[in-house]
Design a protein around this ligand. Structure first.
Ligand SMILES: *Cc1c(COP(=O)(O)O)cnc(C)c1O
Length: 405
């Protein structure tokens, strides 16, 4: 059996006729932009997150851009975020003309290191963007306390964490704005690109709504330079079918994560993610710190990547060896993310040297995401576990490399 890192085929089978019906209805209605499906989804999603407003838009990236613009973030402003995230978090900051200021990751949670935020605050700091990376909630109690002490806005990047909670409250309901992505691999996926912003602030909601439609509060009156970032009616219809199933899917992700944690607990060579209440397990990310067994010695064929060596990044031989060996045994995995944001060629101009974010840089050489999605069968998960056991029980643990910043 080949185990994919993610697959929609079982879900499409399960939802088949409901999804097809919903999409066909939109198609036949001729109402492709705006309309009842959008309103229905925005209301249901706001209720799900527990905010007064949810505004649909074209993607999670646009959600971040709309939030930044509605909160007045622009040229001359700094926005603090984590160097260990998907590129879009920083890209959104740059695209509104502000400057991303990176903070290193916490080695235990992989999330923004809360102990290092205050040192990064300057008079130009306008906002914080904590990222609920891999579906794990950031400690929003601490983030909101810091933000209010320093008069900063908070935009939660919830792209990977739809359905996650911090102290029993949904992520996306703590900050000024919550930004969600419905990219197909996220916890709640559309059939294409889609996103939403959530907020309790009426004015911010209205501004985001207008910016997403050419800064147009009423037809052909343009009060701001916005752009076009609407949620399509077909995507809203798909999301309306799927949203009621979200909490069930999160329960299934949790059950799979707990099973991995139990079955892989004593395996040498990998460090498991710590469990956490409210984690929505969009990814199950282990750190690989073994050496390849001596008979498969040294240089794995897939390593090092030309790009990472060109940019002076360390090679990740044992991780790449494990990834390739899993692949050879029918288990596909993904590396989120091989290159930290501050070391991406697009940010060369920031001049952030190798070594400036040591925990993030090390995570990028060690992380490996094991297959996890609600429909992953017990049999398939057992195969992942068995292959890992076979590969790692013969492995030599590397000399302990402390994860200190
Ligand atoms: C996916 C993702 C985004 C962007 O969402 P899109 O819908 O793909 O534009 C932003 N931030 C993070 C952390 C993500 O994982």
């Amino acid at each position: 059996m080949q185990v994919p890192p993610f697959s929609l085929s079982q879900q499409i089978n399960d939802l088949g006729s409901d999804l097809e019906q919903a999409v066909l209805e939109v198609l036949r209605s001729g109402q492709y932009i705006g309309g009842a499906q959008i309103q229905l989804f925005e209301q249901a999603f706001a209720d799900n997150v527990g905010t007064r407003h949810a505004v649909g838009c074209n993607s999670g990236t646009d959600a971040l851009i709309l939030a930044l613009r509605a909160l007045g973030v622009g040229p001359g402003d700094q926005v603090i975020t984590c160097a260990f995230s998907f590129f879009a978090t920083a890209e959104a900051i740059s695209s509104v003309g502000a400057e991303p200021v990176f903070v290193d990751a916490n080695p235990d949670t992989y999330l923004i290191n809360l102990d290092q935020i205050e040192a990064a605050i300057t008079p130009a700091t306008k906002a914080l963007i904590p990222v609920h990376l891999f579906g794990r909630p950031v400690d929003m109690t601490r983030v909101m306390a810091m933000a209010s002490a320093h008069g900063l806005r908070v935009i939660e990047d919830c792209a990977q964490a739809t359905g996650a909670t911090w102290q029993d409250q949904a992520v996306g309901s703590f900050g000024d704005v919550g930004c969600f992505s419905f990219f197909p691999t996220k916890n709640l996926g559309a059939a294409g690109d889609a996103g939403a912003v959530t907020t309790n602030n009426d004015d911010v909601a209205q501004t985001m709504r207008e910016l997403a439609v050419h800064g147009m509060p009423q037809r052909y009156l343009h009060t701001a330079l916005g752009y076009n970032s609407r949620l399509d009616a077909i995507q809203a219809a798909v999301l309306n079918v799927k949203l009621p199933l979200l909490s069930d899917w999160i329960d299934k992700r949790r059950a799979l994560a707990e099973r991995y944690l139990e079955l892989l607990a004593d395996l040498p060579g990998i460090t498991l993610p710590s469990d956490e209440d409210g984690h929505s397990w969009n990814q199950f990310v282990v750190r690989v710190n073994c050496c390849a067994p001596s008979d498969s010695l040294g240089q794995p064929e897939s390593s090092p990547s030309a790009i990472s060596s060109r940019h002076g990044l360390p090679e990740s031989t044992s991780r790449d060896w494990l990834k390739q060996s899993l692949q050879d045994n029918g288990v596909s995995t993904i590396i989120y993310y091989p290159i930290p944001i501050h070391r991406q060629p697009a940010y060369d101009h920031l001049n952030l040297q190798s070594g400036s974010m040591p925990t993030t840089e090390r995570l990028c050489t060690q992380v490996l995401s094991l297959p996890i999605f609600p429909e992953l069968s017990e049999l398939a998960q057992q195969q992942v576990v068995s292959v890992l056991q076979q590969l790692l029980n013969g492995s030599v643990p590397a000399a302990p490399a402390p994860m200190v910043a």
